[in-house]
Design a protein around this ligand. Structure first.
Ligand code: SF4
Length: 886
C-alpha cells in the first residue's frame, strides 16, 4: 500500500465484526479508523480496534518454517507435514490424526481445512476453539430451528424497547454494540436488564441488574415462560402455526413455582416479577446472550430456555425482537458455515442426514468423506493424551494454555508423536511444543472473508506484505493436501475458494437449507475484491442479503415448524465443597484479546490493566485473610495460579473472577484455564468455563517489586511476575518468597553493572526492608526498581512516563520516592486508552466540576473517541459523588 492509500477491512477481534479503514502514513506506520459505511459499527471502533495500528511489530513474529527448532524452508516443511500425516493415516487409520483450528481463521482457510479433513483424509476430527465460545448456541439453534440460524440483526438492538443481556459483559466484550445500545437508550429510552452473577461495566447501563446464581439461567427463563402463559402474553397464532411442543415445554417450565425459581437463582421474588412483567408487557424485546450462557454444562438448555420465551410470544425475526447469540471471535460464524465444528458438515449440512453426506461427497468429489461426527475439543485432546491421536495440527490458537485443564492438555500435546503448529508467533506455549512450526500471515497481511454475529459477511483485506516468509493459512493447508496426493486443492487465490464455498451452499439447496450463498457463487475476482458487507442468505430472491429470518415461520425442520424444547433446571456439573468453597468465573477484560498475542504488543492497551487479578467480595476477602494488592493463590482440583487481589463488592459473595488473558509470555503464573475442569455440556460439548470450584489463600510473598526498564527483563526465576509493554520499554510487577534485607538478590541482574561512564546508579533504602534503585544512561532513565515487604505503592503511570526521559537532580529525588511532584501530578491507572487519561485526572476533573460523563469528555477528551471507557468514568463519578457526600 502506498503512503496515503486506504484499504477497507474488518477488525480481527470480537464477533461484532467492525469495519476498519487502514491508511498507510508517511513514516511507514498504519493509521486505523472506523469505517463509516460498515453496517456493524458505522465508523465506531472500541479501544482494541482503535489500537490495531500498534500491533504490527515484528517482535515475536514467526518468520520462517522450523522443523525441530531448526530454520527450514517451505518445501521441506510441507514434505515433512504431508509425510507425517500420510504415514500416520496409513499406519493407524484416518481417526489417528486431528486438526484443531480457530475462530481467528478466515472463512477460506477454514473451508480448505475442513475439506481436507472431512472430505479427503476421511475423519471428522477437526474442531475449533469456537467450541469453547458458542457451541451451545449452535446446538440450541439446531434443536429449536432445525438449523444454526441467528434470526435477527444488530439494528434490532436499536429498535427494541427492552434489551435483556444474559451472561454478557457487553461493555467490555462487544463494546461497539454496547455503544449502539447505549445510544439507543439515550435517544429512545430503551430499557436494559442485565442478568449476570457479576456487577460489571455493563451493569452501569442497566435499569435492572439480576445477579442470579451461576448456572441458574434455565430456572429463570422457565419461570418467565410460565409467567408469560399466566399473564396472557402467549402469541397463540404464532405458536400454533409455526411451532411444535409448546405444551410439554410449558409443563416443564411450570414445574417450578416462583418461589422455587427465587430459591434456584437466589433472586428476590419481587425483582423476578418485575423482570417477568417487563418482558411480558414489552413487545419489542431482544435477548442477547453470550459466553455466560454458552460456557456451561447446561449451556444448550439455557439457550433453548431463552428461545422458548421468544417463540411463545412470536417475538422472533421481527423489528426489535428476537433471541440473539453474540459470538466471541471474529469468525466463529464463518467456522460454523464451513463445518469447522467436528459435528457439522460444510455449508450447515449435517452428518445425521444421508442426503447431506451424499451432497457434500459429490460436490467435492471426495473419495473418503467422513461418515460420522468427529471428536469435540475436550474429547479430541483426551484422545491425544491417550495416544489414539498421533498427529495433530493446531492452527492460530493456543490450546496448551487455553483449553480447560490446560496443564494436562499441554502434557498431552508434548507427548504427541507429531505436532504441527501454524501461527503468527512462536511464543505461545503450544508453539513451543511443535515439531514443525509454520509461519502464517496475520491481520493486515492476509485476504479473505469473515462473518460476524448478525450473519454479515465482510472482507478482510491485506494492506501490508506478509512478514518474513509467512503464507496464508489456506495456501499452507492446500500445499500439504496436494503433497498428500489429494486433488481439488489447486487454489491460487481466496476468491476461488469463496466461490466454491458459495457454490456448495447452493448445491441442491432449493431453499431447503438456511445457509445459502447462491447469489455469490459466480462472483468475479473483481466482485470478490469489491464485496461489500452482506448478511446471508444471499440468493436470487435476496440479492442484497437477508436482514431477518422466521418472522413468518419457515424454520428448517422437516415440518417447517420450530421446536419448543422442554428443559429443566439442573445444577452445574461440579459442586463447591469445604475444600473448594468458592466458584471461579473467568472472562475478558476491556483492552486485551485472548492470550494477548496481538494486543499485548500495544503499550496503550497494556496500560489499562497491567497484571492479572482475582476479584473477591470483601466478605470473602475477610474470611480468607486477603487484602488489596496481596498475591493470591487460586487453587482448584486441577492446579493453582497466582494473581493480584482486587477486593470489590461488585463481585458476588462466594464467587471470584479471573481474566483469561495472562499466560506466557506476559504472566505464566496466571493461566486460569489450568484450573478449569473438563466438564462439558453433553449436547454441545462446550466446556463449563464459568463454574469451577476453587479456594483462595494469600500466597506468602516476602517482598513485592514494581519496575520499569528500557529492555525486556528476564523474570523467569520469580514465583509471581507480570510483564507489560510501555511506550519506551517495559513495566513489571514482581513478587518473591525468599527473605530479603535490602535489594532483592534476583533483581540485581536487571540493572546494568555500571561499567560505562555514562551509566549512573542511585538508590534509597527505607530501613524497613524497602527501597528503590534507578539507573540513568547519559542522563536518561533506563531502569527503576521499587521493592517493599508489602505491596509497592508508587505512582506507576507517572514512572512509566519517566522512562527514557532526561532526569535532573530534583526529578531524581522524586523518582527515588516513586512519587510525582506537584508540578507533574500522577495520572493514575489509565481509564481512557485512546487519550491516555488516568483515574486521578478524571477524579480531579470531577472535583473541579465535571459532573457527567460528557463533562469529563469536554474537560479531558476521555471517553470521546471509542467510548469503551464511558462506563468506568460513570463508576468513578458515582464513587467521587459518594466521597464528596461523606
Ligand atoms: Fe473490533 Fe472492538 Fe469492533 Fe469488536 S467491538 S470488532 S474488538 S473494534
Amino acid at each position: 500500500m502506498l503512503a496515503g492509500a486506504t484499504v477497507k477491512t474488518t477488525c480481527p477481534y470480537c464477533g461484532v465484526g467492525c469495519g476498519v479503514i487502514a491508511r498507510q502514513n508517511d513514516d511507514g506506520g498504519v493509521e486505523i479508523s472506523g469505517d463509516p459505511d460498515h453496517p456493524a459499527n458505522f465508523g465506531r471502533l472500541c479501544s482494541k480496534g482503535s489500537a490495531l495500528g500498534d500491533t504490527f511489530s515484528l517482535d515475536d513474529r514467526l518468520l520462517t518454517p522450523r522443523i525441530h527448532g531448526q530454520m527450514s524452508d517451505w518445501n521441506e516443511a510441507f514434505d515433512r507435514v504431508a509425510r507425517g500425516f500420510s504415514e500416520t493415516v496409513r499406519a493407524h487409520g484416518p481417526d489417528s490424526v486431528a486438526l484443531y483450528v480457530s475462530g481467528q481463521l478466515l472463512t477460506e482457510d477454514y473451508y480448505v481445512a475442513n475439506k481436507l479433513m472431512k472430505g479427503f483424509i476421511g475423519s471428522a476430527n477437526i474442531d475449533t476453539n469456537s467450541r469453547l465460545c458458542m457451541a451451545s448456541s449452535v446446538a440450541g439453534h439446531k434443536r429449536a430451528f432445525g438449523s444454526d440460524t441467528v434470526p435477527g440483526a444488530y439494528k434490532d438492538l436499536e429498535e427494541a424497547d427492552l434489551v435483556v443481556l444474559v451472561g454478557s459483559n457487553f461493555a467490555w466484550c462487544h463494546p461497539v454494540l454496547f455503544q449502539r445500545l447505549a445510544a439507543a437508550k439515550q435517544d429512545r429510552g430503551t430499557r436494559v436488564i442485565v442478568i449476570d452473577p457479576r456487577e460489571t461495566a455493563t451493569t452501569e447501563l442497566a435499569d435492572m441488574h439480576l445477579p442470579l446464581d451461576p448456572g441458574s439461567d434455565v430456572a429463570l427463563f422457565n419461570g418467565l415462560l410460565g409467567y408469560l402463559a399466566e399473564t396472557g402474553a402467549i402469541d397463540h397464532a404464532f405458536v400454533s402455526n409455526h411451532t411444535e411442543g409448546f405444551d410439554i415445554a410449558l409443563e416443564s417450565a411450570k414445574a417450578m413455582s416462583l418461589s422455587g425459581v427465587a430459591e434456584a437463582t437466589s433472586l428476590d421474588p419481587i425483582r423476578l416479577t418485575q423482570f417477568y412483567r417487563a418482558f411480558s408487557e414489552t413487545k419489542k424485546v431482544v435477548t442477547v446472550y453470550s459466553q455466560g450462557v454458552n460456557q456451561s454444562s447446561v449451556g444448550t438448555d439455557k439457550v433453548n430456555a431463552i428461545i422458548n420465551c421468544h417463540l411463545a410470544t412470536g417475538r422472533i425475526g421481527r423489528e426489535g425482537m428476537g433471541p440473539f447469540s453474540i459470538t466471541g471471535q471474529p469468525n466463529a460464524m464463518g467456522g460454523r458455515e464451513v463445518g469447522g465444528l467436528a459435528n457439522q458438515l460444510a455449508a450447515h449440512m449435517s452428518f445425521e442426514d444421508p442426503d447431506h453426506r451424499d451432497i457434500v461427497a459429490r460436490f467435492w468429489e471426495a473419495p473418503n468423506l467422513a461418515a460420522a461426527p468427529g471428536l469435540k475439543a475436550v474429547d479430541l485432546f483426551d484422545r491425544v493424551e491417550s495416544g489414539q491421536i498421533k498427529a495433530l495440527w493446531v492452527m492460530a490458537t493456543n490450546p496448551a494454555a487455553s483449553m480447560p485443564d490446560a496443564d494436562r492438555v499441554s502434557a498431552a500435546i508434548k507427548a504427541c508423536p507429531f505436532v504441527v503448529v501454524s501461527d503468527v508467533t512462536d511464543t505461545t506455549k503450544t508453539a513451543s511444543l511443535a515439531h514443525v512450526l509454520l509461519p502464517a500471515m496475520g491481520w493486515g497481511e492476509k485476504d479473505g472473508t469473515v462473518t460476524n454475529s448478525e450473519r454479515r459477511i465482510s472482507r478482510q483485506r491485506s494492506f501490508v506484505a506478509g512478514a518474513g516468509s509467512s503464507k496464508p493459512d489456506w495456501w499452507i493447508i492446500s500445499q500439504v493436501a496436494l503433497r498428500m496426493g489429494f486433488t481439488g486443492f489447486s487454489y491460487e487465490k481466496p476468491a476461488e475458494i469463496f466461490r466454491e464455498h458459495a457454490a456448495l451452499s447452493a448445491f441442491e439447496n432449493d431453499g431447503t437449507r438456511d445457509f445459502d450463498l447462491s447469489g455469490l457463487k459466480s462472483l468475479s475476482d473483481i466482485g470478490y475484491e469489491e464485496l461489500t458487507p452482506v448478511q446471508w442468505p444471499v440468493s436470487e430472491k435476496a440479492e442484497q442479503g437477508t436482514q431477518r429470518l422466521f418472522d413468518q415461520g419457515g424454520f428448517f425442520t422437516k415440518t417447517k415448524k420450530a421446536n419448543f424444547v422442554s428443559v429443566v433446571h439442573k445444577p452445574p456439573a461440579s459442586n463447591t465443597s469445604t475444600q473448594y468453597p468458592l466458584v471461579l468465573n473467568s472472562g475478558r477484560i476491556r483492552d486485551q484479546w485472548h492470550t494477548m498475542t496481538r494486543t499485548g504488543q500495544s503499550a496503550r492497551l497494556s496500560s489499562h490493566i497491567a497484571e492479572p487479578f482475582v476479584e473477591v467480595h470483601p466478605d470473602d476477602a475477610l474470611s480468607f485473610g486477603i487484602a488489596v494488592g496481596d498475591v493470591v493463590r487460586v487453587a482448584s482440583a486441577r492446579g493453582s495460579i497466582l494473581a493480584k487481589a482486587s477486593v470489590t463488592a461488585r463481585q458476588s459473595r462466594g464467587t471470584v473472577f479471573v481474566p483469561i488473558h495472562w499466560t506466557a509470555p506476559y504472566a505464566p503464573c496466571a493461566e486460569v484455564d489450568a484450573l478449569v475442569g473438563s466438564n462439558t455440556d453433553p449436547i454441545s460439548g462446550q466446556p463449563e468455563l464459568k463454574y469451577t470450584p476453587v479456594r483462595i489463600e494469600r500466597a506468602v510473598m516476602r517482598w513485592h517489586a514494581f519496575l520499569v526498564s528500557d529492555c525486556k527483563p528476564d523474570l523467569a526465576s520469580f514465583p509471581y511476575w507480570a510483564l507489560a509493554r510501555t511506550k519506551s520499554g517495559w513495566r513489571a510487577e514482581v513478587a518473591g518468597d525468599d527473605p530479603i534485607s535490602s535489594f532483592p538478590e534476583g533483581l540485581k541482574g536487571l540493572l546494568s553493572n555500571g561499567q560505562s561512564a555514562e551509566v549512573e546508579t542511585f538508590f534509597y533504602e527505607d530501613g524497613l526492608g524497602g527501597g528503590s534503585r534507578m539507573q540513568c544512561n547519559a542522563g536518561k532513565l533506563t531502569h527503576a526498581v521499587f521493592w517493599s515487604p508489602k505491596p509497592v505503592e508508587v505512582a506507576r503511570a507517572w514512572l512509566v512516563d519517566q522512562l527514557g526521559r532526561e532526569q535532573d537532580l530534583k526529578s531524581r529525588y522524586a523518582l527515588l520516592a516513586g512519587r510525582a511532584g506537584a508540578d507533574q501530578p500522577d495520572k493514575g491507572a489509565i481509564v481512557c486508552s485512546c487519550f491516555e487519561v488516568g483515574a486521578n485526572q478524571i477524579t480531579r476533573a470531577m472535583r473541579d466540576g465535571a459532573d457527567s460523563i460528557d463533562a469529563v469528555g469536554v474537560a479531558l477528551n476521555a471517553g470521546t473517541n471509542c467510548g469503551s471507557c464511558r462506563s468506568e468514568i460513570g463508576r468513578l463519578l458515582v464513587v467521587t459523588e459518594m466521597k464528596e457526600a461523606v
